[in-house]
Design a protein around this ligand. Structure first.
Ligand code: N1C
Length: 279
């Protein structure tokens, strides 16, 4: 009787021990999983903080592209080179890896009006800018360069825009803008700044590259939207706009319209209105 009682207690103890062990093992697994999850998340957050991480993350928003391959082709243009000796042609393979697709009648160019243009194009699906293409969006707002004898990408200590002509950032925008303008077709729109004395500057990318590359066999007209603010003195009769017309390929029709910034903002806030009614 006493022996049976002892055996019963022993059984209960063993069962409790097994339950305890199972719970303990489960707990250890859960803790491990949580710790592993957190460290991995920390790692991805960390990589997207880096230049390459930003490039890949922005690129992956576009489907159908091999972003690792595009990153590799991009790096070839400037890595290991003197950051004042990266000619525009170095980006040819990059443009070939992610070519610009023509979107006739919907292409938007700009000069000195970046903020108002993007506020408008982000809210309304009427026009597309270079920054909405894969390459434009991936590199918008970034600075990068290489160094002789190094295989790294640097984001600080790079030449500024005006320090030297052939710097990696400037050459990229020159090459990308040329490719984007080559793709232009139909009726093309450009927003220029009516609050400055010379809305068309021949030294700007728009003036020195894009306008010159519009081809009359593809582009029907160039429609300038001169963005104006209260009390602006600049209008469509501005002499710099005559220089613009002279640069245009014969056969491309030219139009200019002064449009108040308030009207553009009003149009941005009414996505239901047809695009043609904006100006
Ligand atoms: O020199 P800009 O303008 O006339 O260049 C604008 C013109 C646009 O039509 C774009 O298609 O050239 C293209 N372009 C960009 O898309 C772009 N994104 C960001 C040119 N430059 C671009 N950037 C940066 O803005 C670039 O680093 C350079 O410094 C400015 C050019 O702006 P701008 O003088 O107002």
């Amino acid at each position: 009787m006493e022996g049976e009682c002892r055996r019963g207690k022993e059984k209960k103890r063993r069962r409790r021990c097994i339950i305890f062990c199972v719970v303990a093992v489960l707990l250890v697994f859960i803790i491990l999983a949580v710790v592993l999850g957190l460290t991995l998340r920390g790692k991805t957050l960390h990589t997207s903080d880096t230049f390459q991480g930003t490039f890949i993350a922005r690129c992956e928003k576009f489907s159908g592209y091999d972003c690792q391959k595009i990153w590799g082709v991009f790096q070839q243009a400037y890595v290991g080179r003197d950051p004042c000796n990266v000619p525009v042609e170095e980006y040819n393979p990059l443009i070939d890896a992610a070519p610009f697709k023509p979107a006739c009648n919907r292409m938007m160019f700009w000069s000195k009006t970046k903020d108002v243009v993007h506020d408008f194009t982000e809210k309304r699906d009427c026009f597309g800018t270079l920054e909405e293409t894969l390459l434009g969006s991936v590199l918008d707002g970034l600075t990068w360069c290489g160094k002789e004898g190094s295989s790294e990408t640097f984001t600080t200590g790079c030449p500024r825009w005006t320090d030297c002509e052939n710097n990696p950032v400037r050459s990229f925008w020159n090459r990308a803008s040329a490719g984007f303008a080559d793709a232009a077709c139909g009726d093309v729109t450009a927003m220029l700044n009516g609050s400055i004395p010379t809305p068309f500057s021949p030294a700007s990318i728009f003036g020195s590259i894009e306008v010159k590359r519009f081809n009359s066999t593809r582009v029907k007209s160039l429609n300038i939207v001169l963005v104006t603010q209260d009390n602006d003195v600049t209008n469509c009769t501005n002499p710099s706009l005559n220089d613009l017309q002279k640069e245009l390929d014969t056969g491309i029709k030219y139009n200019c319209k002064e449009v108040a910034i308030s009207q553009i903002q009003e149009c941005s806030s009414h996505p239901e209105k047809p695009c043609g009614a904006c100006w």
